[in-house]
Design a protein around this ligand. Sequence first.
Ligand SMILES: Nc1ncnc2c1ncn2[C@@H]1O[C@H](COP(=O)(O)OP(=O)(O)O)[C@@H](O)[C@H]1O
Ligand SMILES: [Mg+2]
Length: 379
Amino acid sequence: MPAGLDSRFLAAVIQSVGHPIFVKDREFRFVLVNDALCAALGYDQGDFVGRTDFDLFPEAEARFFRQKDEELFRSEGAVVIEEETVTDASGVVHVLATTKVPLRRADGEVSHLVGIIQDITDLKVAEDGLRAANEELELRVAERTRQLHEAQAELLRKERLAVLGQLAGGVAHQLRNPLGALINAASILRRSALQATDLEVIEIIEAESWRANRIVEDLLSYARIRSPAVQELSLLDLVRSVVLGVQTERTSVALVGAPEVVIRVDPSQVAEALRNLVMNAVEAAGEGGSVEVRAAASEGRATIAIVDDGPGIDESDRRHLFEPLFTTKAYGLGLGLTTARSLIENQGGQLRCAQTGPDGTVFEVELPTAGTGDEPRGV
Ligand SMILES: Nc1ncnc2c1ncn2[C@@H]1O[C@H](COP(=O)(O)OP(=O)(O)O)[C@@H](O)[C@H]1O
Ligand SMILES: [Mg+2]
């Protein structure tokens, strides 16, 4: 010890250091601890001096400290512990970074160890918070990227469909006249047919021409969706004319309900959408089946439900209903529902499959009713 520096002086120096410091002898007993250590762990000097880690800390922690102390006395070199935990007097767990160094006597023998502690609890909490925030950010970036990819794919799909629609519409338009001529020619032939076999052949020509005609009509209506020419008109009149237009002998189609409500829509677009839905319902209900078109209005909304008693829609098909070209019919084109939804959404309305099961299916159309009085109107 340099002249003039007695042990009391040195003890005073250790006490004044802000970092927790302790000294242990070769029996692992605390011989000296500073105020900073006492303050950090909530103990007094008296609690430490003469005692070991096993008297103060939980068993698992004490065993770890002991192992490190033994390592130091064996190697006679410094031991650096980057991270360890210690439970203080009130049960709070701290995270510490501790360095233990050997203390040698004048003869060079290691008689004690000195521990210097840095409490890194706050640092760890901040680090964990930062890691969590980082992970959250990465998740959000991944989610956003996925959404962007999806939007891009959807845009591409729409673009391709629009081109396809235009092309198909053009072809359908060209096919319309020759098909009409074919149907007319067949009906002229029918009148002059002499034999039963002739009649059979003519019927085939007619049936197939009508099928081809349906495909052409579906394509055309898909391709020619334009912005709506909105009018105010009676919901009942519109629905009634659709129901009248689709009457068939095979399936009963009835109108239910008579709401007195004025809607603001493009009548030809809504009629076409409803026709598609009723035709689907008729095709599902089949011979002897029945279809109801239920019109109702409440709280500023008009609803039209198309209800059939057909076989319903498989769970696996349901997801694809409104995708273009999805069909389960041998001669279907799969554009009816896509077209109907676009037409209804064109009016600010909604179309959905509300219910389906072995007893039948319900498609529901919701339409905006005429203004509540605060909308601008013509004189
Ligand atoms: N009312 C219904 N009952 C059962 N299945 C239906 C009904 N409406 C539509 N679907 C199913 O949705 C598919 C797509 O309908 P749609 O887009 O109109 O095309 P398409 O009638 O040409 O097949 C149909 O093929 C059918 O499987
Ligand atoms: Mg259809």
